[in-house]
Structure formats: structure tokens, C-alpha cells
Ligand binder design. Structure first.
Ligand code: ASP
Ligand code: MG
Length: 408
């Protein structure tokens, strides 16, 4: 069971969550609960670091940030003890979560769960501080990147062979689109790991992307549900051959993107490699790339980056100008993306055509297109994103499609 920061924001909420964990234990299950830092604690700690220093040392940043989750899980253990349960809390390193050494964005490399198993076997409810681990080489405290408690929970579920990883949050599940934009969006009864991976990568904020990767790689069933209501939420499960597939399950969007265009790059082997190596070395997350057909030995290249990485990306390109010999770098910071996701797209032609037609009827200009077997993404002007989400939700009738699937 994983509880997000808003679910444990104050004493009353912590006691509510404790009752929910206790009920699961009383029903006969072994329970490991992962908790996030309360409310906006992590934001507060980040701000505090920048009050002290312009360039906080990443190792010390992890020491600082990991405390938020430790507070929550110690308090949760106390609340459970008051309900008459044996409960024990553990930091990430005590829980055996071993990571690489990339401070503030570490990756889990191994889990040694013996201590948790012993605690479970002796009848305890086990509480684990989310979002943190210990670097395997130099034994420093590390954190897993913002939203990383989801990853802690899924990784522990995989390591312990849990039946399910329940993600308790302040929404009731995964929706067909962001309900703040499309009021007709509805909760999806179920979605495949692959679909959720595309949704998370393309802007859905319900689950951290890495946690979904873990769930897919280790086949962990996820159940995303409300901390405040008892209803079933959304099941995220492995695709099976007899599963009924929605052609379009959901729409994800991003409004914080930017586009970079490099004109007059030499049209010859190795140039793209050089450009994207320079960007990778600067740790820029490049997405959607297009290169046009070269004319007279020169081509233009465009790609998107997260808005907050735009200036670093341009600096990296300008620094490599001598080796790259391009004409010009230009950028557009008013970019958004809208994505249709659906496992049934694989076997249904015409989805892209319909998507483009719907957008053209709304006079929305498509700047770039990117697809996978179960996703179509368009890059458009940020001001058109919300209109595009609503138009597509309506045109593909996602609300009735989800309702129909909850009845089967
Ligand atoms: N507390 C961390 C954050 O705010 C991790 C998490 O909530 O999952 O990003
Ligand atoms: Mg979160």
C-alpha cells in the first residue's frame, strides 16, 4: 500500500490512513506500507536548501529530502501502534533498497528485503519511507527523483512477490483525460501496463514514470485508488491475449514543452549522433525528433525538450557550434503535446487520420507528429492544448467507451 503526500498531510489524515492499513492487516493480509512526505514537505525542504545555498550539494540534498518520508512513516507507525498493532518503520536503506550513486535521481539496482521479510514474519505491519535508498558503492543516502515513492512501492511489491501494489492517492483512479480540463472525463476501470507507460511518459501525473516501468518489467499489478473513498479505482495490469482492448483508452497532455530547430546541418552520417551526444552529455531529455529531407547537402532538424531544460539545451548546442557547423539554432517556448493512447490502435487503422481531422476542424495546427504502436502524439501550440483534449475526448467518445468497459 502506498500513500501519497496529500493522504498523510495532517494528524487526522495519518490516523485515517492508519485505520485503512489496519483494516487490510485485520483482513488477513501481510502489509507493507510506503508513505510519502506530508503535504508540501519536499517542496519546503527544496526551498530551504536554496535559501542556504545557490548550488546545494546533491549528496547533502538527499540527506535533507529523505527526512520528509522518514517523518511520515514514523508517525504512521505510532498511529498503528495506537490502534493496537505491531508496526515498525524503516528508512529506505534499512529496507535494503540499494541504488546507483546518482544523487537526487538515483535508480534502484537491487533490493535486499530480508529485514522486511523478518518483520512481516514476526507479525508486524511494515512501514517504509518512500523515495529513498542507499548507494550500493559508497553507502550514501540517495533519493529517487520527484514522485519517487511510487517507485519504492512498486519495487518492494516486486521484491516481496506481493499480490498487488495499491497506490492510494487524492484522485479516484486514472481518468480518460485530465478532469480539470475535460469535465466529462471518467475513471478507467483498467488499463494495461503499456498503456499506462505511454500515459505517464506523455503527461499523466497519476504515477511516476519509473514506477510504471518497474511494474511492467516485473509484472506487478497496480491498483490506483482514493485514500478517502472505498470504491475500486483503476487496475493497471499485464495485457493478456483475450483482454478486450479499447481503441483509444485515454488522452494525456503536456503544456510545458519547448521546440528547438537547427537549420543547415550537414546531411551526412554522424551529424545526428554528434548533436544528440552533446545534448545527452548536458543531461537534456530530448523527445520527438524530426529531420527533413536534405537539399544541397544540408538539412533541418527539430526536436522537443522540457521547457525548463530549453536554455541549457541551447547553451549546449552553441558550445558545440564549431564541430557541428550548422547555420542557426532557433526555439519556440510555446509548445504543448496531446497524445491518444490505446492498446487497440495496433489493429485498427484510421485513428491517426481521425485525430488529425478533428484537430483540423478546430483549426489547430500540427507542428510535429510522433507515434508508437499504441500512441499518437501531436506537437501543437500550447494555447491549443486544452481545446484539443476536449475535442478529441468528445470525438472518440471516451466516456461511453470507459463506461461500457466497466460493465463487461
Ligand atoms: N516526497 C517526494 C516528492 O514530493 C516523493 C513522493 O512524494 O513520491 O516528490
Ligand atoms: Mg506522488
Amino acid at each position: 500500500m502506498k500513500f501519497g503526500g496529500s493522504s498523510v498531510a495532517d494528524a487526522e489524515k495519518i490516523q485515517n490512513v492508519a485505520r485503512r492499513i489496519a483494516a487490510a492487516k485485520e483482513s488477513g493480509d501481510d502489509v507493507v506500507a510506503v508513505v510519502s512526505a506530508r503535504g508540501k514537505t519536499t517542496d519546503g525542504l527544496v526551498a530551504l536548501a536554496y535559501e542556504i545555498s545557490d548550488r546545494p550539494d546533491p549528496r547533502e540534498m538527499d540527506m535533507l529530502l529523505s527526512t520528509g518520508e522518514r517523518i511520515s512513516c514514523a508517525l504512521m507507525a505510532m498511529a498503528l501502534q495506537d490502534l493496537g498493532h505491531n508496526a515498525e518503520s524503516f528508512t529506505g536503506s534499512q529496507a535494503g533498497i540499494l541504488t546507483d550513486g546518482a544523487h537526487t535521481k538515483a535508480r534502484i539496482v537491487e533490493i535486499r528485503a530480508d529485514r522486511l521479510r523478518e518483520s512481516l514474519d514476526s507479525g508486524h505491519i511494515v512501514l517504509v519511507a518512500g523515495f529513498q535508498g542507499m548507494s550500493i558503492d559508497d553507502k550514501n543516502v540517495t533519493t529517487l527523483g520527484r514522485g519517487g515513492s511510487d517507485t519504492t512501492a512498486v519495487a518492494l511489491a516486486a521484491a516481496l512477490g506481493a499480490d498487488v501494489c495499491e497506490i492510494y492517492t487524492d484522485v479516484t483512479g486514472v481518468f480518460t483525460a485530465d478532469p480539470r480540463i475535460e469535465s466529462g472525463a471518467v475513471k478507467l476501470p483498467r488499463i494495461t501496463h503499456e498503456e499506462m507507460l505511454e500515459m505517464a511518459a506523455m503527461g499523466s501525473k497519476v504515477l511516476a514514470l519509473r514506477s510504471v516501468e518497474f511494474a511492467r518489467n516485473y509484472d506487478v499489478p497496480l491498483h490506483v485508488r482514493s485514500s478517502f473513498q472505498l470504491d475500486e479505482g483503476t487496475w493497471i495490469i499485464k495485457e493478456t491475449p483475450d483482454m478486450e482492448q479499447a481503441i483509444v483508452s485515454g488522452i494525456a497532455h503536456k503544456s510545458d514543452e519547448a521546440k528547438i530547430t537547427i537549420t543547415g546541418v550537414r546531411d551526412q552520417p554522424g551529424i545526428a549522433a554528434t548533436i544528440f551526444t552533446a545534448l545527452a552529455d548536458a543531461l537534456i531529455n530530448v523527445d520527438t525528433i524530426i529531420q527533413n529531407v536534405g537539399i544541397d547537402g544540408r538539412a533541418d532538424l527539430s526536436f522537443t525538450v522540457p521547457l525548463d531544460e530549453l536554455s541549457r539545451a541551447i547553451d549546449a548546442l552553441e558550445a558545440a557550434r564549431d564541430t557541428l557547423e550548422f547555420d542557426q539554432v532557433s526555439s519556440d517556448d510555446q509548445i504543448g503535446k496531446v497524445t491518444l493512447v490505446g492498446a487497440g490502435m495496433k489493429s485498427n487503422p484510421g485513428i491517426a487520420a481521425k485525430m488529425f481531422r478533428v484537430l483540423s476542424e478546430r483549426d489547430i495546427n500540427i507542428q510535429m507528429i510522433d507515434t508508437s504502436t499504441i500512441r499518437i502524439t501531436v506537437v501543437i501550440n500550447r494555447r491549443d492544448v486544452e481545446r484539443a483534449v476536449r475535442a478529441l475526448h468528445d470525438a472518440f467518445d471516451l466516456a461511453s467507451e470507459a463506461a461500457r468497459r466497466s460493465n463487461v
